[in-house]
Design a protein around this ligand. Structure first.
Ligand code: NDP
Length: 352
């Protein structure tokens, strides 16, 4: 085994939007597992918008690999219940190797767990059968609870969370409209995912385009983007509409991380929210992890296995590609849930 290659943050203040030189590639020794720990080799690194917040706030320990949820394989183990060869969900970050078990830093709700490759793709553990599925399930089914015939709008509709949220609303009989960027993404949303319509936020006539495909107004809005996309949605809210605020990615490159813009939009929305009794609630996957992860897996897992919920991944290859893939995802140059495969995935051999 050679060293452990990883990406960490450059020293000094970070730019408001990630750049290639924001990240530095380094190597250190592959860690040795102590009692109660296991060494794992990373297979998939999940790239998600919240990682930029973690970076800006320097939430991971100084000098550590940039934080990410990962899917890995156990190499050596002194941890009960984990044996070499086991596939696991863990948080190795942007690194080839990491440890799980006693004394290893990780965000509180990202508890390592073993994965069974015979029941689905292991990469789904950082996506549709993990935090993204949970976010969509919590924000759509548990919070917004769309009813049959209602109009549901989902922004960033072809992305990791958006594609799942919209399909879950379809499962409940709603009429689902997506908002996405490029034409190819809009086509995917309607033709592959089965949304009833999709409009592009790149269109100069976004407001009119959205109004045209929502003739009965909007009952539920699943917000992933913010900014001008929210401004197009706002006038169309019906009486007693519900809005789940999952994220506002269009503001994440702002100097203040989008705080001022989000506050300004909420102020703009206030009169409409008041007169039409619109409720807006934030969803945080971490708040649902302990109580609802198993429930979500029991519901969404069979839908994915049966092909009734489709899930597109954008998988790049090699540790080298991580910063570019991350910046691509932040700019909308991903097509589906962004992942990087940093070592070979041998789980296919046991998949059914
Ligand atoms: P995606 O796979 O959806 O990738 C991000 C997408 O955002 C891009 O593909 C792009 O899609 C869109 N986008 C980027 N910049 C802009 C912009 N300026 N205007 C409009 N669209 C833009 O990522 P995720 O599914 O991981 O995340 C989607 C949202 O969900 C984010 O806001 C994220 O913060 C949030 N989230 C929240 C969680 C929670 O617990 N609250 C958990 C996970 C995610 P397009 O090309 O179609 O514009």
């Amino acid at each position: 085994m050679t060293g452990n290659q990883y990406w960490t943050l450059a020293d000094g203040p970070l730019p408001s939007f990630p750049q290639a030189d924001t990240f530095v590639r380094k190597e250190r020794e592959v860690p040795t597992p102590g009692p109660g720990q296991a060494l794992t080799r990373t297979i998939y690194v999940s790239l998600d918008p919240y990682q930029w917040y973690y970076a800006r706030e320097r939430i991971a320990p100084d000098g550590a690999p940039c934080h990410a949820r990962t899917v890995s394989q156990v190499i050596k183990s002194k941890l009960n219940g984990y044996a070499p060869g086991d596939f696991v969900f863990d948080t190795n970050g942007w690194a080839e190797y990491g440890l799980i078990g006693e004394g290893v830093w990780r965000p509180a709700y990202m508890v390592p767990r073993k994965l069974d490759p015979s029941v689905g793709r292991i990469s789904h553990a950082v996506g549709v059968l993990g935090m993204l599925g949970l976010t969509a399930y919590a924000g759509m089914d548990l919070m917004a609870s769309p009813k049959s015939g209602e109009t549901v709008v989902v922004s960033a509709a072809s992305g990791g969370v958006g594609q799942i949220a919209g399909q879950l609303a379809k499962q409940r009989g709603a009429r689902v409209v997506g908002i996405a960027g490029r034409d190819a993404k809009c086509r995917f949303v309607t033709q592959d995912l089965g949304f009833d319509a999709c409009v592009s936020h790149l269109s100069p006539t976004l407001k009119a385009d959205l109004a045209a495909v929502c003739p009965a107004g909007i009952d539920v809005y699943f917000e992933n983007v913010g900014g001008k996309v929210f401004e197009a949605v706002l006038p169309l809210f019906n009486q007693d509409a519900r809005m789940t605020i999952c994220g506002t990615i269009s503001t994440y490159g702002d100097e203040d991380g989008g705080v001022a813009k989000r506050a300004a939009l909420m102020k703009l929305a206030e009169p409409i929210f008041k007169t039409r009794n619109v409720t807006a609630k934030n969803v945080e996957a971490r708040d649902f992890a302990e109580e609802y992860l198993d429930e979500m897996l029991a519901y969404v897992g069979p839908l994915v296995a049966a092909g009734r919920v489709k899930y597109r991944e954008d998988i790049r290859t090699g540790l080298d590609t991580i910063p570019t893939a991350f910046i691509d995802m932040m700019r909308g140059n991903n097509f589906g849930k962004m992942l990087v495969r940093v070592s070979s995935d041998m789980s296919d051999a046991v998949q059914t």
